[in-house]
Write a protein that binds this ligand. Structure first.
Ligand code: NAD
Length: 330
């Protein structure tokens, strides 16, 4: 059985190639992303395998359906890039809901520690033999309050790794879980009381621009934002204005609203036309990474295993409900 694999990077092949062989699947790796122009490349394949910045809107799904694709394999947890309404009944759309929550949580913590203590700037300075520590002062985290927005798998893993820091942990989630090692509060209270806010919710209509001019006003002067969720939960225009006004001690972003043009690619030889991304990168207290929170050996292996098991299950018409977003009518 054949899979058209979009947006391939060299590291995708490390696990997908040998595991596909074990399953007897034939994968064609395309470097291009899935789009209106490239959907046709899937002709003759039973499935497409896509990642966070591949588009699967109605028009693209129509093309995939026409060329005979039956299964859409998301090699990620988030699925905001797929029009599920348009997919229902026509495709098995399957994802990897959990591959390594710890990997993402550990990276969110890495970002927090780095941006708070200006490790990104210290690294640049010492490489230039500048051993001054002026401007690199951070805050001691012990005794501070951190707010966790979204207490699913990654939010809970984040709360676990925070346990040793001696911080007060607040949480907001419309679907609270029992026994959480944090205090649930309203969204407004979380924004008002937290010295740090870390986002672990999915991108939905409710969370789109959850960080906006109004909620930024609620946040503490000198607070820190960490976003490893999805870029569009932050209104970038409002964030840039707040940064210019000196609102935040630090902002660490692993995701960005308009990341699909840039993230995962080497654009170092090009003129950057995105003024907001360029502006964000000028602030000394902003640390941007290129959607790499998931990127560990363990997570990459788990993603490949689950994705190919999902295809196997789709072929047998036994899709695991946990991993299945829509089903194809047989
Ligand atoms: P999950 O489904 O286990 O948890 C998401 C939680 O968010 C749930 O508890 C849900 O109730 C909550 N939620 C829903 N709407 C909310 C709202 N309006 N406000 C607050 N909370 C809300 O998902 P997860 O595995 O923990 O992943 C969370 C998100 O992290 C994913 O949706 C994805 O966007 C992002 N992610 C990023 C990376 C990365 O590499 N940066 C990797 C994996 C996942």
């Amino acid at each position: 059985m054949k899979i058209a694999f979009y947006d391939t990077k060299p590291y995708d092949k490390i696990w997908f190639k040998p595991l596909a062989k074990e399953h007897n699947f034939d994968i064609t790796f395309f470097e291009t992303k899935l789009s209106r122009d490239t959907a046709i490349l899937a002709t003759g394949n039973d499935a497409v395998c896509i990642f966070v910045n591949d588009e699967a809107d109605k028009e693209i799904l129509d093309i995939l359906h026409e060329v005979g694709v039956k299964t859409i394999l998301l090699r990620c947890a988030g699925y905001d890039n797929v029009d599920l309404k348009a997919a229902e009944g026509r495709f098995d759309v399957m994802r990897v809901p959990s591959y390594s929550p710890a990997a993402v949580a550990e990276f969110a913590l890495t970002l927090l520690l780095a941006v708070n203590r200006n490790v990104h700037r210290a690294y640049q300075r010492t490489r230039d033999f500048n051993f001054s520590i002026n401007g690199l002062m951070g805050m001691t985290l012990k005794g501070k309050t951190i707010g966790i927005v979204g207490t699913g798998k990654i939010g809970q893993a984040m709360i676990d790794v925070l346990q040793g820091f001696g911080m007060k942990i607040l949480a907001y989630d419309p679907y609270p879980v029992e026994g959480l090692k944090a205090e649930y509060v309203t969204k407004e209270e979380l924004f008002k009381r937290s010295d740090i806010v870390s986002f672990h919710c999915p991108l939905t209509d409710e969370t789109r621009h959850i960080v906006n001019a109004d909620t930024i006003k609620m946040m503490k002067q000198g607070s820190i934002i960490v976003n490893t969720s999805r870029g569009a939960i932050v209104d970038t225009t409002a964030l840039v204005e707040a940064l210019k006004a000196g609102k935040f001690a630090g902002v660490a972003l692993d995701v960005y609203e308009e990341e699909d043009e840039y993230f995962f690619e080497d654009r170092s030889n090009e003129i950057i036309s995105d003024d907001e991304l360029s502006r964000l990168l000028t602030f000394p207290n902003v640390l941007i990474t290129s959607h790499q929170a998931f990127f560990t050996t363990e997570a990459m292996r788990a993603i490949a295993e689950t994705t190919l098991n999902n295809f196997e299950a789709s072929l047998k018409n036994e899709p695991d409900p946990k991993n299945t977003l829509t089903k194809r009518e047989r």
